[in-house]
Design a protein around this ligand. Structure first.
Ligand SMILES: *Cc1c(COP(=O)(O)O)cnc(C)c1O
Length: 382
């Protein structure tokens, strides 16, 4: 089945009782048993829920995986993966990780004796240098936030296999439409469903997919034991969002390319970060492992100051100033004062996050309206 058909049909059957074509929202906490232990496969809604089952099967199919598990948030999904580890185990993660994942690893799991190494995963030798007998997990995120760096998933899977470690890929920025890490050798794929998969900025959710039945068993045990499971209404909303994932992603890519090209030619813009440009250092890898380059773009202003960035952010009308990404509406963010505000300025700038760096999540509006909005806001930065 093609992706465009899977979004509508994989794991989704009309309701067996009524024929309802849309998956019902099973808004229940428990299920009646005829006699103790005599039930229909559903006992308690933390453990099983039919709306969630359908969503889990659907997301697994979109990633080309055998199993899916959904969590109440993306961080709930990352947390479940980290709970596979034991004290003394070591993790190698990319150095420009999503801030929430970095916080979970360094402020929570490091306290339980798990050791984390953060390296530039674009540099295979640097990754290999951190591998030892205690390495249990490689955690990659590509494209990265906010500089849209690209990690070679196949290369990381080779290193993980040699090390006897699992490779997990946070595929949130790409979406399963643009990139399917299981086919490139990943053992686990994680999503913040909140972003492109949900796509309508109306829910918070996470997901994991995997092929290994033992891994599925361990992770669903953690899902049920720790309890970060999503409610049925949110599962319904995610299923509804997924039905147009392919259409949305096509428009995100088209608009993303047009915006990136416009910005690159604009005299008031400094540098533009978008993996679709041939000059982008990760372009060749992106081209080989992604179907398109997406709608996430970061750029600096020629007037590289916090003040100029503020003038820009106050001037956009269609690009709303907000955290998050991947919804149908365009958003704009300022890493230096928002997502990356806790990083000291020197360190932030050394990592390429300059004062004027602006991140766009390009939505699916008409491109002329988006370019008009950007053009007016750029005028305010002179
Ligand atoms: C948002 C995000 C997360 C966390 O997901 P939540 O749904 O907000 O808990 C993890 N990784 C990436 C890349 C994200 O963008």
């Amino acid at each position: 089945m093609h992706f465009e058909t899977k979004v509508l049909h994989a794991g989704i059957e009309p309701d067996p009782v009524t024929g309802a074509i849309m998956t019902p929202i099973y808004q229940t906490s428990t299920y009646v048993q005829a006699a103790p232990g005599d039930h229909k496969g559903y006992e308690y809604a933390r453990t099983q829920n039919p709306t969630r089952d359908v969503l889990q099967q659907n997301i697994a199919a979109l990633e080309g995986a055998a199993y899916g598990l959904c969590f109440s948030t993306g961080m709930g999904a990352v947390d479940a993966v980290a709970k596979l580890l034991a004290p003394g185990d070591e993790v190698i993660a990319t150095n420009d990780l999503y801030g929430g994942t970095y916080r979970l690893f360094t402020k929570i799991f490091a306290n339980y004796g798990i050791v984390f190494h953060f390296v530039n995963m674009g540099d295979e030798a640097a990754v290999r240098a951190k591998v030892n007998a205690r390495t249990k997990l490689l955690w990659a995120e590509t494209p990265t936030n906010p500089l849209l760096r690209i990690i070679d998933i196949k290369a990381m899977s080779v290193i993980a296999k040699e090390a006897g470690a699992l490779l997990a890929v946070d595929n949130t920025f790409a979406s399963p439409y643009l990139q399917q890490p299981m086919a490139l050798g990943a053992d686990l794929v994680m999503h913040s469903v909140t972003k492109y998969i949900g796509g309508h900025s109306d829910l918070v959710m996470g997901a994991l997919v995997m092929n290994d039945p033992t891994l599925q068993e361990r992770l669903s045990y953690i899902q049920n034991s720790c309890g970060a499971t999503p409610g049925p209404m949110d599962c319904f909303l995610a299923l509804r969002g997924i039905k147009t994932l392919h259409l949305r992603m096509q428009r995100h890519c088209e608009n993303g390319e047009a915006v990136a090209t416009y910005l690159a030619e604009h005299p008031l813009v400094g540098k533009v970060y978008w993996p679709g440009f041939e000059e982008h250092p990760g372009h060749a890898v992106a081209r080989s492992q992604m179907k398109g380059f997406g709608g996430m773009i970061s750029f600096t202003l020629r007037n590289d100051s916090i003040e100029a960035a503020m003038a820009f952010l106050k001037s956009t009308k269609l690009f709303s100033l907000a955290e998050s990404l991947g919804g149908v509406e365009s958003l704009v963010g300022h890493p230096a004062t928002m997502t990356h505000a806790s990083i000291p300025r020197e360190e932030r700038i050394a990592n390429g996050l300059s004062d004027s760096l602006i991140r766009l999540s390009v939505g699916v509006e008409h491109i002329d309206d988006l370019l008009d909005d950007l053009s007016k806001a750029l005028m305010a930065t002179r």
